[in-house]
Design a protein around this ligand. Structure first.
Ligand code: AGP
Length: 609
């Protein structure tokens, strides 16, 4: 996701825009830019790869005057971070400028058509088709040209548009990607999120899909898709400025936990074509390639490794291909079997983890094909890989990974489906059933997140624990491992995950009176075994908190406390089961007075061995 800010009024636009972009850097920060109209025949603009401070330095050297403008801070989805791929994008005569947040899914077909009509593209972005299409339809009326252009888009977009031909006008459009309008004294603002404008006004309109903002000569209109005026209620924002820098949440981690439904939708839906088939444009693995693969590894670190464990389940179950999963720091020194018939899938949110990168280079040196799942466009992992699957979770700032994890699992489900379809190991009916079931996860996550008060109380009961254990079987053991990592890394409580069937082989010796044991019970075929394991630890004094599917009344008979989650098919349950464990970790960390977003001894990206 990216950050958009626009301004029209009597202040210097660049100052207002840079103020706002700074508050939106949590939305993306690989490049930034501004475009200002001030009566000159062309739009005045500046844009630069890197953090906002780099752009501000450029503007310091070469100031841009003017009271109407748009700005953007980027989180790349199409086209690596670079000056030329930064927004704003301009038409060839530099009389129209556009900033965009979202993804125009049919941009390639529009780009090909416009190129054939003589338009010259400079960037690799999807956004650039927007400004050339507006230019194509421009016949003296900026608003009408914008309406005609967006009518051709498929996907998600929030757009800001200015033109040197219309110095008193600002146009903005919202479709899926959020956009708000700030209303000041004789001035108006557009922004991706409230933090950008709180310094100037608390009066906002929250735009709905297909609504268009048109400011002309000091007057504002909000129009619908048919250009009818929409009568919207002006809201007053209550946020404090501090919270606003985290999108209104107290911590980035909580914001990112709540970003997960959108991250799931963005990662999935923008890759479904009109027949609801998954389209993995950046993965060129054909059926023949897959049939030639004799060994498949998934390699990663930490949370990304746990996503890889879920990926193993998905690929083995759907594509019927055996998969080995390993942590990168072990894989690279284990002299693994690798040759030209090997596929290595690496997972890395940051795309910069040293051990993961080293594992990739080792595999490539031995002829392996490398597919990377990463959240950062243009990262080292992305550049080193033969194929890339970008999770579109948006920047993850908190050290404890949450939305990247769920987006990585979605990525694996989609890759497994793609492989299964190519290898013919799945029927089209089952393929579509799974696509529908994956899509249904986002609202189910929202349902869990709505229940956070119960979890906050559970966490209160755990905050003084000296240690804690997570139990699970099958894919629930994977969730237990991720949950244990989350709890230990931000609460500093010694937490370990056990395969529940292993308890009798040693770990049960650790259970004492009141030991908190969190049991993940979502797999139907393993539920009875888990109930037995819960009884075993309770008999030794454990306090058992179960995370189970709604309707599982048997578990309620044995657990001391219970958090029900909605039901999905077993394979997809890890996406739902992890949500309460993320919230438990967050609240326990808060209760213990820790720095949730920056826990001790840890860094967000481990770029050293
Ligand atoms: C996740 O909560 C941890 N902070 C950590 O394990 C992280 O997942 C690991 O360092 C891998 O990072 P990456 O995904 O950026 O490669």
């Amino acid at each position: 996701m990216c950050g958009i800010v626009g301004y029209i009024g009597n202040k210097q636009a660049v100052n207002v825009i840079c103020d706002g972009l700074e508050k939106l850097e949590y939305r993306g920060y690989d490049s930034a830019g501004v475009a200002v109209v001030n009566g000159d025949s062309k739009v005045n603009w500046a844009k630069k790869q890197g953090r906002l401070s780099g752009l501000e330095a450029v503007l310091e050297q070469s100031p841009i005057e003017g009271t109407v403008g748009i700005g953007h801070t980027r989180w790349a989805t199409h086209g690596a971070p670079s000056d030329i791929n930064s927004h704003p994008h301009l038409n060839m005569s530099e009389t129209i400028a556009v900033v965009h947040n979202g993804i125009i899914e049919n941009y390639m077909e529009i780009r090909e058509r416009l190129t054939a009509e003589g338009y010259v593209f400079k960037s690799e972005t999807d956004t650039e088709v927007a400004v050339h299409l507006i230019d194509k339809y421009y016949e003296g009326d900026l608003l009408q040209a914008v309406y005609k252009a967006v009518a051709e888009f498929r996907g998600a977009y929030a757009l800001g548009v200015v033109s040197s031909n219309h110095p008193g006008e600002l146009v903005a459009v919202r479709k899926e990607s959020p956009l708000i309008v700030g209303v000041g004294e004789g001035e108006y603002f557009i922004a991706s999120d409230v933090p950008a404008i709180l310094k100037y006004t608390r009066n906002v309109y929250y735009l709905e899909n297909d609504e268009v903002v048109y400011v002309k000569d000091g007057k504002i209109q909000i129009l619908d898709a048919e250009q009818n005026v929409v009568d919207k209620e002006l809201k007053v924002v209550e946020w404090d400025i501090e919270a606003a820098s985290k999108g209104g949440y107290d911590h980035f981690m909580m914001k990112e936990i709540y970003d997960q439904p959108q991250a799931i939708r963005d990662t999935l839906l923008r890759r479904l074509d009109e027949n609801r088939m998954i389209r993995l444009d950046d993965i060129k693995l054909t059926k023949e390639d897959l049939d030639g693969i004799q060994k498949m590894y998934i390699v990663a670190c930490g949370t990304a490794y746990h996503a890889g464990l879920v990926g193993k389940y998905a690929i083995e179950k759907l594509a019927k291909v055996p998969v080995e999963v390993d942590i990168a720091s072990e894989f690279r020194y284990s002299d693994p079997f690798i040759d030209e018939h090997t596929l290595l899938i690496v997972v890395s949110q940051s795309g910069e983890t040293a051990d993961t990168l080293a594992a990739m280079k080792l595999a490539k040196s031995k002829g392996a094909r490398v597919l990377a799942i990463t959240n950062v466009v243009g990262s080292s992992v992305a550049r080193e890989a033969h194929d890339v699957f970008y999770t579109w979770a948006g920047p993850e700032v908190a050290v404890a990974s949450t939305k990247a994890y769920t987006a990585q699992m979605i990525a694996f489900y989609m890759i497994a489906l793609d492989f299964a379809f190519k290898k013919g190991t799945i029927t089209l009916e089952r393929y579509h059933e799974l696509v529908n079931n994956i899509e249904a996860l986002a609202p189910l996550v929202e349902e869990i997140l709505a229940d956070k008060a119960q979890i906050e109380k559970m966490a209160e009961d755990m905050k003084d624990a000296q240690n804690a254990f997570y139990l699970g079987r099958g894919v629930d053991f994977t969730t237990a491992r991720e949950a244990a990592l989350k709890l230990k890394e931000i609460s500093y409580i010694y937490t370990e995950a056990f395969a529940a069937g292993e308890l009798k082989h040693g770990p049960i010796a650790l259970i004492d009176q009141g030991t908190p044991v969190l049991s993940i019970v979502t797999q139907d075929a393993l539920q009875e075994k888990m109930i037995s394991n819960i009884k075993e630890v309770k008999a030794r004094g454990a306090f058992v908190i179960a995370i189970a599917k709604k309707g599982d009344t048997e578990i309620a008979k044995v657990a001391d406390d219970l958090f029900y989650i909605p039901e999905a098919e077993d394979l997809l349950m890890p996406v739902l089961a992890v949500i309460p464990t993320q919230l438990i970790s967050y609240y326990v960390s808060i209760a213990r007075g820790n720095d949730v977003d920056k826990p001790r001894n840890l860094a967000k990206s481990v770029t050293v061995e």
